[in-house]
Design a protein around this ligand. Structure first.
Ligand code: PMT
Length: 411
């Protein structure tokens, strides 16, 4: 069953009596594993006090577009970037009309307009309003833009009428939102992903490593699991929780990572190398702690195995995706790695740019394949991972490249 584990959901509440059910919906989203923030329109606060949602969510409720203090804490743009999905429930007829016209007079509408993540609305209104042609036209226009419409349901309404227009029940809304993340693009596939740094021992207390936090690789593992794959995440030491439905193998050094990968890739369909593997390791790790003595210390290094190139050179190999951590000439270096390592796809990121790359919550990448480069927008790693998994699934479905080691590679 689909879950919302590790997902950030912005629950938008507009003015309607069904707003009282949004408290139950908030609880169900949390129980499904989501981290939930709330944005309310002024009309919604007339039905239920923001304090209710603040207490249940454990976070301040976002209500005012023009409140400098609230905007300084987490403004509508930051909120739009934070969310993996937005669900507006209840969505009044008036709010739906505002969405259609791209109006942004309040914080919730402005956040919806600024967001790039999936947006779903749960209409709730009197059956007379629901039956109007203009309401149907508005919803058709929203659907045509990719906005999901959940419900409404039919039955008794608060005003005493009976008919269509009731907000869909919270249980149904939570389940349908979870389904949004379950693309099925990798149903039945096995995906092996490396993540995090490796540590190369100098002596029993010191090591060589790098700044990888594992966030990109872990986000890819969660997205691949959401897409229906059986995921094995082979990870160096990081401080992250293992995503749900992902099998985790903990390793420390590059050699251990290679061994774990070789044990897993034989029946894999996709291999994604997001780990920042140390290129070199100390030739002789000292058995005892090296004592401070001379003014300088020389450590001789030897080359580590190249894990992704080794997997790509296997006679029966999966679709192989490498990363490229670069500080200059992104496209040329990525093309070079695609060719030299014999990869199907390279995802290049500029690790010298502030706010993206190592340790950051966002990333901006260049996707390089034999078909040419593509540059998705800068996105939070969770959202970017979903986009990348979709692209990988599409690339696998495309014209099958010759994956034999002897095949000529794109230069
Ligand atoms: O972990 P985060 O903090 O979220 O940061 C994400 C990231 C910047 C680490 C990630 O997006 C990334 O770029 N990972 C690859 C880092 C890297 O080692 O890049 P590279 O250009 O040095 O290596 C190219 C490819 O070869 C990579 O797929 C790497 O996993 C692989 N490689 C490298 C050396 C080696 N000995 N074996 C390998 O498999």
């Amino acid at each position: 069953m689909a879950t919302l584990a590790n997902k950030r959901v912005l629950l938008g509440i507009t003015g309607g009596i069904a707003a009282y059910k949004s408290a139950t919906l908030l609880r169900l989203l949390q129980q499904a594993g989501a981290e939930v923030r709330i944005a309310m329109t002024a009309a919604a606060t007339e039905f239920v006090a923001p304090l209710t949602f603040q207490a249940l969510s454990g976070h301040p409720v976002h209500c005012d577009l023009l409140d400098p203090a609230a905007e300084a804490a987490m403004g509508h743009i930051a909120l739009a970037r934070w969310a993996d999905a937005i669900l507006v429930a209840p969505a009044s007829a008036d709010f739906l009309a505002r969405l259609v016209h791209g109006e942004a007079p309040d914080l919730l509408a402005a956040t919806c307009l600024a967001s790039r993540c999936p947006l779903a609305v749960a209409p709730a209104m009197n059956q007379g309003m629901w039956s109007k042609a203009v309401t149907a036209e508005n919803l058709d226009r929203l659907r045509a833009r990719g906005i999901r419409v959940f419900g409404p349901a039919a039955g008794y309404q608060a005003c005493g009428d009976i008919g269509e227009g009731r907000m869909e029940e919270p249980e149904v809304l939570a389940a349908r939102l979870a389904e949004l993340f379950a693309s099925g693009a990798l149903d039945g596939r096995k995906v092996v992903i490396t993540a995090g740094p490796t540590r190369e021992a100098i002596d029993p207390v010191r090591y060589l490593s790098n700044h990888s936090s594992g966030k990109m690789g872990y986000a890819l593992a969660a997205a691949a699991a959401d897409a229906g794959a059986a995921v094995v995440l082979i990870s160096g030491p990081v401080a992250l929780a293992v995503p749900e439905r992902v099998r985790h193998i903990a390793v420390t050094s590059a050699v251990e990572m290679l061994d774990a990968c070789l044990a897993e890739v034989a029946d894999a369909d996709v291999f994604i190398a997001a780990a920042a593997v140390a290129d070199y390791r100390p030739r002789n790790a000292a058995a005892q702690k090296i004592k401070k003595s001379d003014a300088t210390l020389t450590i001789e290094l030897e080359l580590n195995p190249d894990i992704v190139a080794t997997v790509a050179a296997l006679p029966q190999r999966p679709f192989v995706v490498g990363f490229a951590a670069e500080t200059e000439n992104l496209l040329d270096n990525a093309r070079g790695k695609l060719a030299r390592k014999g990869l199907d796809l390279v995802i290049a990121n500029d690790v010298s740019a502030p706010g993206i790359g190592f340790g950051s919550d966002d990333n901006q990448v260049l996707v390089v394949s034999p078909l040419g480069p593509q540059r998705p927008p800068r996105l939070p790693k969770a959202q970017l991972a979903r986009l990348l998994i979709d692209q990988i699934a599409q690339a696998m479905a495309g014209p099958a490249p010759d994956r034999s080691p002897s095949a000529e590679r794109l230069a």
